[in-house]
Every structure is written in structure tokens, then in C-alpha cells.
Design a protein around this ligand. Structure first.
Ligand SMILES: Cc1cc2nc3c(=O)[nH]c(=O)nc-3n(C[C@H](O)[C@H](O)[C@H](O)COP(=O)(O)OP(=O)(O)OC[C@H]3O[C@@H](n4cnc5c(N)ncnc54)[C@H](O)[C@@H]3O)c2cc1C
Ligand SMILES: *[C@@H]1O[C@H](CO)[C@@H](O)[C@H](O)[C@H]1NC(C)=O
Ligand SMILES: *[C@@H]1O[C@H](CO)[C@@H](O)[C@H](O)[C@H]1NC(C)=O
Length: 531
């Protein structure tokens, strides 16, 4: 009895599964056929879940391992175009077959949004579209979306020692996501955001057409500089404007634990770094926990502040600046190292002094972790008591970090509505709170660490920007607003945190260029006010 019932059930599920498989493989053939007929004879490389290299391609650039688990929803197809027309074909065919698309450039999205989706989707991985064409004579470069920041820095430096690009400190980040979210790095005080230095762009719209600045119009061109390009199309390439850098810059890295006076120094740093030193000096700050094995060298587990200085000039000049404005740090000439700008990008990425610059071309040079992050802009100094409360929380967590970018200078001088990136005058610094853990620990560990960082975020409320409390789009955080928000009232919460007054215009642009919301996804700009 028992076994025959089991056999019937088994047969039944076998039939259902077979039928499902037939249906999905039929639509799979249709989709791939569509791609072939729309690619001008250049069929793009496509992977389906059964393809032997599907999983390794999928995981190749997922930076946050929280989204590289077996439970993470996976794409029905991965397409790796090596020609622009193939991207157009993916848009046309995904639309025709009712599939969402996720575009991946460098894969560094904090919430994994370039590699996963809650609805059936196609992953367009731009790994093969990463050509960089530097035009020193005109101080510009065309960079395809799949290029990394490290590749850009390397190719610019190959042509000139006195040209640079003001973007982020992590060389494996992709230019597709980074620049469209604003993008800041250690030259932010001198030159502003990466998105402030974009001259033109090539974008595939929801109709599958390729647009340039001229054909997309100034409003859409405004929106993709800081508004996140994933809401508006598939970005193929940026034309970036290069900036002058001196032939010799100086890097200095000084660490101080609580026992060495970190609290007083971080407190003082706040009144110096943003408004008390020239634009050429960027005194970045990293806070972490060291000595995880208690009593290494007689010191217990403690909080450590690392002051990471980039100075666009020689060491002697930096020493003058520090002696005058921040003598308490005790920086000495021997802590300073002079180098070329491109070498400074290697040091800022955390590689040891003397690491050859071709590490910038290695897309997997940095270890990956499982993490959750959140962000805040700070507009007035946090009192010492407030800082001590952060340290107390840090000491209860395994691998917490704060990565702090310093505002002031050029980034604050540009009008809030010049481009979609809005965080300008009044901001002193940007905090990226991170907690890292070992993904193998399972869901309980995730819950614990995510709970910890949410609690820290609550604690920070009185000390950070208000009405709205602002957040940085490049540090994507799905906690903001309601998760999965798709209507205007839900989106307004995170929309105003990321974009302040620019959110309204972003919604207007979206309504004009993608009224059918083909480019939809979590925390993508919604097309219209629906309630
Ligand atoms: C270790 C690390 C360090 C970082 N350091 C900095 C820093 O110093 N400064 C800073 O500003 N940010 C920094 N970031 C954040 C980083 O800039 C963002 O995560 C950025 O979005 C990453 O771009 P990507 O192309 O690598 O990401 P992806 O994950 O590929 O993309 C991010 C988002 O943009 C969309 N997208 C990507 N490419 C395209 C495209 N071509 N067309 C349409 N949509 C696209 C994706 O779908 C996704 O929604 C850092 C992130 C990490 C993980
Ligand atoms: C901590 O100590 C343990 C036991 O002595 C050792 O196995 C481990 O490698 C140490 N970890 C670090 C990070 O030093
Ligand atoms: C890139 O860096 C990683 C990590 O250091 C290393 O294992 C790998 O061999 C490097 N790849 C290349 C091509 O150099």
C-alpha cells in the first residue's frame, strides 16, 4: 500500500517536473533564438544553469559573499556580451520574453543587486566590455562599463604621470555602478565626485536603442550621474574627464589605538579634516578592532583608528600642514612616503608599500567577505561621549569597521542639483559602517551581525544628518524604507535619503524614459506617483 502510493506520487511529480523542464527549455530556446536573430549574426556567449561554467561565471564577481550562497536566487541566463549590439539584443529579447534584467559591471553592489533578483531574470555581465581609450591630448578617456577603477588608473598612468581620475579607493570596483552612484575617493576634496567628471555616455534604453549625451538629452544625462544607472538603461561606456595630479604625491598612514589616545585624536580630526586643511590634503579614517587574540604584545583587544593621508604635493608641504593643523597626531617625516599618483592608489587599496602597480589589473586581488553595511553623512562633530559609545559597540562585535571619507572642499562647493548626486555643502564626512563575518556560520550568524549593525545605526541617530537622514547610494542598504518598495510612497523614504530634493526629478526623468518600468528592481527609481 504504502509503497504503491509512494510510486504514484513519484510518477506524478516526475510528470510535473518533466513538463516544467520542457516548458522552460522551450522558452529557453526561444530566448536564445531571439538573441541570435537580434545580434546581427554575432551570437553572444550565453550560459544556462546546466552549462558547466554557469556557476563559476555567476560567482566570479559577486563581491559580497552573502549573495553567493546556494539559496540566492539565480539568473535563467547569463549573457557576456562582447559587442554593444548584443546588449541591445538582450534588452529587446528580455522584454519580449517577460524577463527582468540585471546588469553587472564590477559586481561590488553591497546588496548583491547586480547578481540576484526576486523575479525571473537575465544577468548581463559586462566583463568583456572593458576597453579603455585614453586621450591625453584632450584630458579625457572613453571607458567601457565593465572596466574596473584599477584598470582605469593603470591605463591613465601608462600615458601620463600628471593625469588622474578622482574616483574610489577600491581598484576592483566597476566603473558602471561606481560612477553612476556618484563615486568618491581620496581626491574628493580637490575635485569632487567621479560623476562630476563625466563628459558623455553611451546607454541602451528600454527600446534597445543606443543613446549618447546628445540623443538622450540633458535630463537623462543628469540622472545617470549619481541617480544610479540601473533605473534608466544599460550603460555601455562613460567618457570621463581626467584631472591634473602632481608628479609626486605623498601618502602617510598612522595608526592609534584607544590606549594611544584614539578617542581624542578622532575627536580633534573632525574639526580639522573637513574644513581645517587645504583641499590637497585628504585625511581619511578607518576604525577597526585589533588584537582579536587578547594580549598580543601585552595589549588586549582594542579599537584602532588608522589615519590614511593622501596629499597632492611633496612630503615637506604635508608636514607643514600637519604641524600647523593637527600636531596632536604626531605624524613624522618618516611616516610619509612620496610616490606617483598611481602608486598612491595601490597604497590606498591597502596593498603593502612597494607592491607593483600592475596589481591594479587583477580583478580578484582583494579577499571577499560576507558583510552588511550602512551609511551616514555627518554634519557636525560627534562629542567624545558619542565616540566612546561606538567603541563600546565595536568591542562587542567580531569584525566591525568604519570606513570614513572626508568631505569639504570642492565636493561641497558644487550645487546640490548640478547632477543627481546631492550630498554637498554642510557635510563633513561620510561613514560606511561594515560588519564582516564568515558566511559558513549560517543564517543565525547573519541575523546576529545584521542585528548588531542595525542597533549601531539606531545609536548613531542623534549624531548624524537629519530630515532627512541621508545615505550614499553606492553603499546600498535595503533596510532603508520598506524592502521591495515599488510605489512612490515607499520609494520616497529611501529616495530622499539617497537623493534629497533630486528624487522628484529622478522620478520625472524615469517616467519619461521608461514609463513601462522595464528597468525595475529593488530601490530602482519608480516611474510615476501612483499613490
Ligand atoms: C570593497 C568596496 C570598496 C568600495 N569603495 C568605494 C569607494 O571608495 N567609493 C565609492 O564611492 N564607492 C565605493 N564602493 C561602492 C561601489 O562604488 C558601489 O558598490 C558600486 O555600485 C559598484 O559598482 P560595480 O560596477 O562594481 O557594481 P555592480 O554590482 O556591478 O553594480 C552596482 C549597481 O549598478 C547596476 N549597474 C552596474 N553596471 C551597470 C550598467 N553598466 N548599466 C546599468 N546598471 C548597472 C547594477 O545592476 C547594480 O544595481 C566600494 C564597494 C566595495 C565592495
Ligand atoms: C589566535 O590564537 C589561536 C590559539 O592560540 C591561534 O590558533 C590563531 O591562529 C590565532 N589567531 C590570530 C588571528 O592570531
Ligand atoms: C590576483 O590576485 C590573487 C590574490 O592575490 C592571486 O591569487 C592571483 O593569482 C592574481 N592573479 C593574477 C592573474 O595575477
Amino acid at each position: 500500500m504504502e509503497s504503491s502510493r509512494f510510486a504514484i506520487l513519484w510518477l506524478f511529480s516526475f510528470l510535473v517536473l518533466t513538463a516544467q523542464w520542457r516548458a522552460s527549455s522551450a522558452s529557453s530556446d526561444d530566448f536564445l533564438h531571439c538573441l541570435g536573430t537580434n545580434s546581427n549574426g554575432l551570437h553572444p556567449q550565453a550560459y544556462i544553469p546546466k552549462s558547466p561554467s554557469y556557476l563559476s561565471i555567476l560567482q566570479s564577481s559577486i563581491n559580497n559573499l552573502r549573495f553567493a550562497s546556494p539559496e540566492t536566487p539565480k539568473p535563467q541566463f547569463i549573457i557576456t556580451p562582447d559587442h554593444e549590439s548584443q546588449v541591445q539584443a538582450v534588452v529587446v529579447c528580455s522584454k519580449k520574453h517577460g524577463l527582468n534584467i540585471k546588469v553587472r559591471s564590477g559586481g561590488h553592489d553591497f546588496e548583491g543587486l547586480s547578481s540576484t533578483s526576486n523575479v525571473p531574470f537575465v544577468l548581463v555581465d559586462l566583463i568583456n566590455l572593458r576597453a579603455i581609450d585614453v586621450d591625453i591630448k584632450h584630458n579625457s578617456a572613453w571607458v567601457q562599463a565593465g572596466a574596473t577603477l584599477g584598470e582605469v588608473y593603470y591605463r591613465v598612468a601608462e600615458k601620463s604621470r600628471v593625469h588622474g581620475y578622482p574616483a574610489g579607493g577600491c581598484p576592483t570596483v566597476g566603473v558602471g555602478g561606481h560612477i553612476s552612484g556618484g563615486g568618491f575617493g581620496p581626491m574628493v576634496r580637490k575635485y569632487g565626485m567621479a560623476a562630476d567628471h563625466v563628459l558623455d555616455a553611451r546607454l541602451v534604453n528600454a527600446k534597445g536603442e543606443i543613446l549618447t549625451r546628445e540623443t538622450m538629452g540633458e535630463d537623462l544625462f543628469w540622472a545617470i550621474r549619481g541617480g544610479g544607472v540601473s533605473s534608466f538603461g544599460v550603460l555601455l561606456a562613460w567618457k570621463i574627464k581626467l584631472v591634473p595630479v602632481p608628479p609626486t604625491v605623498t601618502v602617510s598612514i598612522v595608526t592609534k589605538t584607544l590606549e594611544q589616545g584614539a578617542t581624542e585624536l578622532v575627536h580633534k580630526w573632525q574639526s580639522v579634516a573637513s574644513y581645517g586643511v587645504p583641499k590637497e590634503a585628504f585625511i581619511g579614517l578607518h576604525v577597526g578592532v585589533v588584537n582579536n587574540n587578547a594580549t598580543i604584545g601585552g595589549v588586549e583587544r582594542t579599537v584602532q583608528a588608522t589615519f590614511q593621508v593622501l596629499f597632492l604635493g611633496p612630503a615637506a608641504k604635508l608636514m607643514n600642514v600637519m604641524d600647523k593643523s593637527f600636531p596632536e597626531l604626531g605624524m613624522e617625516r618618516k611616516d610619509c612616503k612620496e610616490m606617483s599618483w598611481v602608486e598612491s592608489t595601490v597604497r590606498f587599496a591597502g596593498f603593502p608599500s612597494g607592491t607593483p602597480v600592475d596589481i591594479l589589473l587583477n580583478r580578484s586581488s582583494l579577499p571577499k567577505t560576507t558583510f552588511k553595511a550602512k551609511s551616514d553623512f555627518v554634519t557636525e562633530p560627534i562629542p567624545k561621549g558619542g565616540l566612546r559609545g561606538i567603541w563600546k559597540r565595536f568591542l562587542k562585535e567580531e569584525r566591525p569597521e568604519m570606513v570614513i571619507g572626508v568631505w569639504g572642499g570642492k565636493v561641497n562647493e558644487i550645487a546640490e542639483d548640478k547632477i543627481a548626486f546631492p550630498h554637498r555643502a554642510g557635510n563633513m564626512y561620510l561613514i560606511d559602517y561594515v560588519t564582516n563575518w564568515d558566511g559558513k556560520e549560517g543564517p543565525e550568524a547573519s541575523k546576529k551581525h545584521i542585528g548588531w549593525i542595525r542597533e549601531l545605526y539606531d545609536y548613531m541617530t542623534p549624531y548624524v544628518s537629519k530630515s532627512p537622514r541621508t545615505a550614499f547610494l553606492n553603499y546600498k542598504d535595503l533596510d532603508l524604507g520598506r524592502i521591495g518598495a515599488s510605489t512612490y510612497s515607499d520609494a520616497k523614504i529611501w529616495g530622499e535619503m539617497y537623493f534629497k530634493g533630486n528624487f522628484k526629478k529622478l522620478v520625472n526623468v524615469k517616467s519619461k524614459v521608461d514609463p513601462g518600468n522595464f528597468f525595475s528592481g529593488e530601490q530602482n527609481i519608480p516611474p510615476a506617483i501612483t499613490n
